[in-house]
Design a protein around this ligand. Structure first.
Ligand code: GDP
Ligand code: IMO
Ligand code: MG
Length: 428
């Protein structure tokens, strides 16, 4: 099983960090393939909580090497802060963290342009992600490899900053940037990042040849994918499975497991359509019990019931071979639990088709199947058979509808609050 890909199946924050940390015990390499410091992946031990934005969630397993792939856009300040935090916790980072020489860098002007352009319209995280990917595809980005040659860096930065200054001044009326100051900052950064830079594609190819186990860690979620998500309310990268190949340089034939992380209900941060959103007391309850506040920006997450129409779409695109259901504990104590199975279209017809078209999605009405709730606290449950009967009925329904087995059920933020599951295995 050379490559396992872990992918958020919804709008992000499904609990990928917890599951990747858990699975990395059996991995040699954990590699991030897209996104940047817009991600916030939480890992909890005891009463301590750590949020990783760029460093892969396998870093707390000492035998694991972590890779930040070419598909990631790197904020130098964020990555150095994170490395410092991990070192302070007593973990070795040098030699265990490799940063692709081909990854693009987030520059101060990316955040400024985002602030001026699409922060409030889309509800982005303010981490400069969109403008950095724009530069990448416009072929005017600055890459990690550019840091290695001071003259090249100076030339590229100068050209880029001059262009950005013209835009910032004339289009947005914003303050101009100081070319020399930015060059100095990034030259300093080069000294710090140097020990981590590597041709990670070659490294991964060699590792796969040696039969090493690689886990590719997705950020964000499938419904935020720039091609398949609810455009334009999306992020600017490919969290879906193809992103793992292009964001790391691994062939699709090496991917044997694709794990869809499914939160037991739905959440979304930022703007955009969300058919099963609950703007009532139940939505409030999910937010309060699930602590649904952004790990990166602290914004309250919008909450709603599980949406199987959206999840079938996500399953079709990613080809999930198994699911990990997270935050099942948050549903404990509800009298009934609802699951959206169809959308009712404006003309009254029922549909199971997810349209990523915003205007269509905004007009659909979710049709729910109701399930009996359960009152039991799930804490301490270790075996699938010990999960409440009503919870198993709920999970069984989800697995059947998606036609994918559930292998893990998460009942709390800690590593040990995880139950191995065989639900749906017979069907697969
Ligand atoms: P990610 O971006 O997908 O890694 O998810 P986040 O870390 O942004 O958000 C998930 C939140 O839920 C974090 O605070 C986790 O500690 C927490 N969490 C993960 N799994 C569970 C679970 O099964 N139950 C509960 N109650 N919390 C969980
Ligand atoms: P993790 O990896 C949830 C959302 C933003 C916004 C949209 C575009 O923790 O699951 P961007 O800054 O990427 O240009 O914002 O995407 N978003 C996320 N939502 N989890 C994330 O990451 C997200 N990363 C971006 O809120 O709606
Ligand atoms: Mg998150």
């Amino acid at each position: 099983m050379p490559v396992t890909v872990v992918i958020g199946s919804q709008w992000g924050d499904e609990g990928k960090g917890k599951i990747v940390d858990l699975l990395s015990e059996r991995m040699d390499i954990v590699a991030r393939y897209q996104g940047g410091a817009n991600a916030g992946h939480t890992i909890v031990w005891g009463d301590r909580k750590f949020v990783l934005h760029l460093v892969p969630s396998g870093i707390f397993n000492e035998g694991v090497t972590c890779v930040i792939g070419n598909g990631v856009v790197i904020d130098p300040v964020a990555v150095m802060d994170e490395i410092r935090m991990i070192k302070e916790l007593g973990y070795e980072v040098e030699g265990r963290l490799l940063i692709s020489h081909n990854a693009h860098l987030i520059m101060p002007y990316h955040k400024m342009i985002e602030e001026a352009r699409d922060r409030s319209a889309i509800g982005t995280t303010g981490r400069g992600i969109g403008p950095a990917y724009v530069d990448k595809f416009a072929r005017s980005g600055i890459r990690v490899v550019d840091l290695l040659d001071r003259d090249v860096l100076r030339r590229k930065l100068k050209a880029s900053i001059e262009e950005k200054n013209a835009i910032l001044k004339s289009v947005y009326g914003a303050q101009e940037l100081d070319v020399e100051q930015i060059i100095e900052e990034y030259v300093e950064f080069d000294k710090l990042i140097d020990p981590y830079i590597k041709d990670t594609t070659e490294y991964l190819a060699d590792a796969l040849k040696q039969g090493k186990q690689v886990l590719a860690e997705g950020a964000q979620g499938s419904l935020l994918d720039v091609d398949f998500g609810t455009y334009p309310f999306v992020t600017s990268s490919h969290p879906t499975v193809g992103g793992a190949c292009t964001g790391l340089g691994i062939p699709p034939t090496e991917i044997r497991r694709v794990i869809g992380i499914v939160k037991a209900y739905s959440t979304r941060v930022g703007h955009g359509p969300f058919p099963t959103e609950l703007s009532d007391a139940t939505g409030e309850r999910l937010r309060a019990v699930g602590h649904e506040f952004g790990a990166t920006t602290g914004r309250p997450r919008r909450c709603g019931w599980l949406d199987l129409v959206a999840l079938r779409y996500s399953t079709a695109i990613n080809g999930f071979t198994e699911l990990a259901i997270t935050k099942l504990d948050v549903l404990s104590g509800l009298d009934t639990v609802e699951v959206c199975t169809h959308y009712r279209l404006p003309d009254g017809r029922l549909s199971q088709r997810f349209s990523s078209d915003v205007a269509t999605l905004e007009r659909v009405e979710p049709v729910y199947e109701r399930f009996e709730g359960w009152s039991e606290n799930l804490d301490g449950i270790e075996r699938e058979d010990d999960l409440p009967k009503a919870a198993r009925v709920y999970l069984d329904f989800v697995s059947r509808r998606l036609e994918v087995p559930i292998r893990l059920v998460s009942t709390g933020p800690h590593r040990d609050q995880t139950v191995h599951s065989t639900i749906g295995s017979a069907a697969s």
